[in-house]
Design a protein around this ligand. Sequence first.
Ligand SMILES: Cc1cc2nc3c(=O)[nH]c(=O)nc-3n(C[C@H](O)[C@H](O)[C@H](O)COP(=O)(O)OP(=O)(O)OC[C@H]3O[C@@H](n4cnc5c(N)ncnc54)[C@H](O)[C@@H]3O)c2cc1C
Ligand code: SF4
Ligand code: SF4
Length: 415
Amino acid sequence: MSQVLPPVWTPELPDAPERHFCTDCGLSRTAKPKRCGQACQFIQPDYPALEARVHGRARRLPAPGEPGDDELFFGPHRQMLQASLKEPLAGAQWTGITTRIAQKLLETGEVDAVIAMAPHPDDPWRPLPVLVTRPEDMARCRGMRMGYAPLIALVEPALAMGHKRLAVIGIPCQIYALRAIQPELEREQGLEKLVVIGTPCSDNTTTERFHQFLALVSPRPQDVTYLEFRADYHVEIRMKGGAVRTIPFLQLPLSTLPPDFFPMTCRTCVDYTNVLSDITVGYMGGQGEQWLLVRNAQGQALLELLGDEVKTRAPGSAGARAGAVRGFLKNVERAAGGLPLRKMPNWLRPIVGWLMPRVGPRGLEFARARVEMKAVETVVHLRREAPARVKTMVPEHVVHLVRPYGLPRSSSEPS
Ligand SMILES: Cc1cc2nc3c(=O)[nH]c(=O)nc-3n(C[C@H](O)[C@H](O)[C@H](O)COP(=O)(O)OP(=O)(O)OC[C@H]3O[C@@H](n4cnc5c(N)ncnc54)[C@H](O)[C@@H]3O)c2cc1C
Ligand code: SF4
Ligand code: SF4
């Protein structure tokens, strides 16, 4: 029998122990923090084994000399779609597909509770993990926050309260740990059903650092209510009162940010697209709409829950990514551990900024470019700053992704 609690609940948690490569996913704050050793994306991940357990098979990797299909880039999936809710939800990051799926799961009684991130009452940009039991309260979790918060620490308290059928919305490093401990949760804590709605994630940083960034892009950072790095190479910023501004990526004032603005975790993260979720809800391959990766039968059922509330179509793809990825690799190498700023005279930036959305990679090709850039970044940073981790942290799919750019996994390996 479920305990009676406020419909949106967050527990008191112990402080997180100091760990070097850690995004405070929440596992270290549980009663068994030693599980991090087997369950952490940054220690010794085993993506093929977890993909096989969750989806019935690991992602298809290319045969030697072959280029590889979209599974190499995006992980196991049954279908990819460009999608939008016909009636977008106010306050959502895009149209709110993530929120609506979770709401539907609660409305239909498919799950007892949803674990997601709400804005912190003291700072709307700071994520706060919450347990939601009423569909209408999912509205409080809409939108993107920047930062880390211990989402997975809520799973065991939720089970202890009697919520045995759970949905979790999370970013890849959180979902890796959750999937790694799933068999133990089923065996020892009565987990009956786990639904995972994942979002892609890249370039996250602490909420404090994110406020530094806001102060650079707006004279009124306290009034910024929304920010997104769009797939058309612009950052969109919305202000209290409704004003909207877009800034081309190339004109962002990034040169004054400290070189370690992005922590090593997010510079070396190997799972951009959240491959262990049942459904991934992102935007990168969506050409201005949302982008869905339906990964398994449960993910298919989640999409079907939306019925005709969602319109979908096949995603498009245009342009060629190789030049952009090669340029990015050069910048990462030149930055020697700092931010990969593009070397370019200031007068040229507006022109290139105008050209990029028109001739640069678009749709799925943009998503492939971003995945390759992330893989390149991972290998360059790890080789420079934590070479001993390369062997254990870099999975085979990343080796395949960086190979066309002449980047071996480690300096002792041939390219
Ligand atoms: C730090 C970060 C970086 C991202 N980068 C990319 C990217 O590069 N490419 C891409 O395609 N998509 C990225 N996303 C996902 C994207 O921003 C949208 O969240 C996603 O497309 C879903 O949109 P929606 O309208 O369906 O979400 P909504 O219905 O508005 O729901 C958003 C959900 O995100 C969760 N959430 C918000 N902030 C956090 C956080 N800090 N940590 C964990 N969960 C959170 C909430 O629980 C909420 O349920 C990123 C998300 C985050 C949090
Ligand atoms: S599993 Fe989570 S809490 Fe543990 S080290 Fe990894 S990110 Fe940190
Ligand atoms: S970029 Fe990777 S490591 Fe960083 S918060 Fe996102 S999923 Fe976690």
